[in-house]
Design a protein around this ligand. Sequence first.
Ligand SMILES: Nc1ncnc2c1ncn2[C@@H]1O[C@H](COP(=O)(O)OP(=O)(O)O)[C@@H](O)[C@H]1O
Ligand SMILES: [Mg+2]
Length: 277
Amino acid sequence: MEMNMTIARNSAGTKNCQAPEVAALEFQAVSKSFSSGTRALDKVSLSIAAERFTVLLGPSGSGKTTLLRAAVGLSTPDAGEIMLAGESIAGRGLKAARRRMGMVHQDFGLSERLTTAQNVMAGAAASVGWVRVLFQAYPRSIQLKACELLARVGLDEIQANRRAGTLSGGQRQRVGIARALINDPLVILADEPVASLDPATAQEIMALLREAAGERGAAVLCSLHQIDLARRFADRIVGLKDGQIVFDGTPADLTPAALAIIFDGPETRLKPIVAVA
Ligand SMILES: Nc1ncnc2c1ncn2[C@@H]1O[C@H](COP(=O)(O)OP(=O)(O)O)[C@@H](O)[C@H]1O
Ligand SMILES: [Mg+2]
């Protein structure tokens, strides 16, 4: 076990001059339309590097959720391919791929009647099998890991045993982050993870997501509509508008002109004050 982890770290961390580095997650000309006629994704090609924090920035309706759902196989693209560490997630590849991805949701996605610790362990459901989930009989290794992760996200023993339904929003998203990390994912997909939180808590949770994922070598693809948060926490910002990538750069590249392109429409008139601050 220890040896496998060492090998994984070395192979991820060593730069190979002969071969180009394989992206942690890659979208290749991904398109998706709905029966309503909406073209939610229009030939999106995007390569997410290992261990980086990439923010998908765009107004409501730009396709952020559709892209993240496609990455975890919750929706199937009409065209294009999605690769995790160089392997397609389509068909038989999906089950294996899901074990190497973590997801963090805007509404936290917790089971309110389960305890905090049980919610974290539920993140390992795909690898432990449904019988263990049914009887809440997770292996000791998963139990210990859940405790370790709960401590990492700032939750104590008492909170670990409380039903998730009794926690505050910020605490719930701490649980969501711990759950997303339990499988040692290559990539964490976070869909507007702080949209339901107050601004101060939102900052804390973004910092925690960035740090906890970074420590474990997980890449993060995080959708946001808040420009200030994107600037503060992203290594790279990808701007999405009407299902197309219209910007790709660092926070420093996100000029008012770039913002006008991403948020062209009614929101542009509300955002520049934040953008130039
Ligand atoms: N299940 C669906 N059925 C029909 N249209 C949808 C569905 N999901 C999303 N859409 C449409 O696709 C577009 C992109 O939506 P979405 O990915 O949710 O954007 P975002 O997350 O950026 O707000 C929107 O126009 C939305 O109305
Ligand atoms: Mg969305």
